[in-house]
Write a protein that binds this ligand. Structure first.
Ligand code: NAD
Ligand code: UGA
Length: 471
């Protein structure tokens, strides 16, 4: 049997497109399907619709050979042994995941099945979705012998998606029989056997031929829960450090020192302990809600997740009040906003704390000039240019004559700004940093009033400490 697997990936978004490009680089033949005609046209013509490191190079290398793009789902399914579903699962009513895109795709797959297929849940879905997919296929007249459904959750992060996919901490396969598990073992064989890492031109990362990726086979329910529980745990870590940050601020402690001190405990680890504006993005908010909903449905108490969400929401309020505290009134105040994406290294603005805070400031009458290295085009769709919402080409132009500068996204380039030039551009040297990109002492030495998260504010020599504005 050939080691290479013929694969169809349905959905060419952040996950589907990255998976398609990486599976092609691993030596498989991949057809990537999307029902968005404009997107497929752009992909066929050499375009890259999302901002992701290494993606343009991988697509350029494999387009038209190992990876092709189409809107024709039935043909793609027919030609494939494994069918990956990577469509959106947004938040629906009462927090439950909206699985209508998955169901629509499964109905289309059912009409196209003529021989045995392994259908792979790549989208993030609640437990028992596997059973529902099976049921929908049966309802459409597909026999048990013609398919298996496997859960293969994706753990990639936007911004580092390609490296995360090709050098994963783990690959999880939830399968109900050996036949389907074996197909997934072949799909991931180049990573688990290490051959990919020895291949010339492979994308570098933490795995190697000697230390290849690990694959864990579980039941389908366990695999589905591993995904939700992983995201919920990471979100909980962020809310925990943000709650501690608010305490640190109230007692003159420093959250950066505290996070370092906690993170050195190998049982806790240093990652995901960055205090800031709370988590955003297309996944943590909806996945925390969906996981909580699943537990409630089964009569299981996961109220903890409601607290995680509340702390996250409060974090934006806390930041907004810091802006008011530093500036007194907001109507007519000119503010430079650095960052629109939900985090650095991506153009994604879904559930972006930056966008949410800017909307609130606009409502309060502030005049914003924003800059983001990658997310300005997408942001203009939700924050259209207007008299009080402008965009600039770089941080210094955004800062020109502004009453204060806000740091809203943790782009690396925002941590390397020429502070003297920034000080000259601003009308008043006030920086309110929602991402703790600078040290208070450094900012004070550059003549700034500097307010950040979980640390004492430092004030420009001429300024006294303002009273806090009540929440
Ligand atoms: P996305 O919105 O970027 O992409 C989804 C794509 O599916 C779109 O291009 C859409 O046009 C296409 N699509 C929808 N219905 C279709 C249909 N019937 N036929 C063909 N194509 C169709 O979504 P995403 O961010 O890639 O997320 C996809 C899934 O992966 C979600 O369940 C998400 O929770 C999960 N996930 C996302 C990430 C991430 O970082 N974005 C990471 C891990 C898991
Ligand atoms: C997250 C997970 O990290 C991935 O493992 C998962 O596959 C993905 O969700 C998903 O299921 O979609 P992503 O949303 O791309 O990935 O980004 P993260 O790097 O996890 O950041 C999420 C949010 O948390 C961002 O708003 C980020 O700024 C914030 N964050 C992250 C913090 O506020 N503090 C931290 O220490 C880390």
């Amino acid at each position: 049997m050939s080691k290479s697997v013929s694969i169809c990936v349905i959905g060419s978004g952040y996950v589907g497109l990255v998976a398609a490009a990486c599976l092609a680089d691993m030596g498989h033949r991949v057809i990537c399907v999307d029902n968005d005609e404009a997107r497929v046209k752009q992909l066929c013509e050499g375009g890259v619709p999302i901002f992701e490191e290494h993606l343009p190079e991988l697509l350029a290398k494999h387009r038209g050979a190992n990876v092709t793009f189409t809107t024709r789902l039935a043909e793609a399914v027919e030609q494939s042994e494994a069918v990956f579903i990577a469509v959106g699962t947004p938040q629906g009513d009462e927090g439950a995941a909206d699985l209508s895109y998955v169901e629509a795709v499964v109905a289309e797959i059912a009409r196209a099945i003529k021989s045995y297929k392994v259908i792979v849940e790549k989208s993030t879905v609640p437990v028992y979705t596997n059973d529902w997919i099976r049921r929908v296929l049966h309802r459409h007249g597909v026999d048990n012998e013609q398919f298996d459904v496997v859960s293969n959750p994706e753990f990639l992060r936007e911004g580092t998606a390609i490296v995360d996919f090709l050098h994963p901490d783990r690959i999880v396969v939830g399968a109900s029989n050996e036949r389907s598990a074996e197909v997934l073992r072949r799909v991931y064989g180049p990573l688990t056997g290490g051959a990919y890492y020895a291949q010339p031109g492979s994308v570098p990362g933490p795995c190697s031929k000697e230390k290849p990726a690990r694959l864990l086979v579980t039941s389908t329910q366990s695999a589905e829960i591993i995904k939700h529980a992983s995201n919920a745990f990471l979100a909980m870590k962020i809310s925990f450090i943000n709650a501690v940050a608010n305490l640190a601020e109230a007692v003159d402690a420093d959250i950066e020192d505290i996070a370092a001190g906690i993170g050195l405990d190998s049982r806790i680890g240093p990652k995901f302990l960055r205090a800031g504006l709370g988590y955003g993005g297309s996944c943590f908010p909806k996945d925390v809600a969906a996981f909580h909903w699943v537990a409630q449905e089964r009569g299981v108490n996961l109220q903890l997740l409601e607290e995680v969400r509340k702390i996250n929401d409060t974090q934006r309020e806390v930041f907004f009040n810091k802006v008011r505290s530093a500036l007194w009134t907001l109507r007519g105040k000119r503010l430079a906003a650095l960052g629109l994406a939900f985090k650095g290294d991506t153009d994604d603005i879904r559930e972006s704390p930056a966008v949410e805070i800017i909307k609130k400031l606009l409502q309060a009458g502030a005049v914003i000039t924003a800059y983001d290295p990658a997310a300005m085009e997408r942001a203009k769709e939700v924050l259209p240019p207007a008299a009080n919402m402008k965009y600039a080409d770089d941080p210094y132009k955004a800062a020109k004559d502004a009453d204060a500068l806000l740091i809203l996204t943790d782009w690396k380039e925002f941590a390397a700004i020429d502070l003297a030039r920034l000080n000259r551009a601003l009308r008043f040297p006030i920086i309110i940093d929602g991402r703790n990109l600078y040290k208070p002492a450094e900012m004070q030495s550059h003549g700034f009033t500097y307010v950040s998260v979980g640390r004492q504010a430092s004030y420009h020599a001429q300024e006294g400490k303002p009273r806090k504005v009540p929440v």
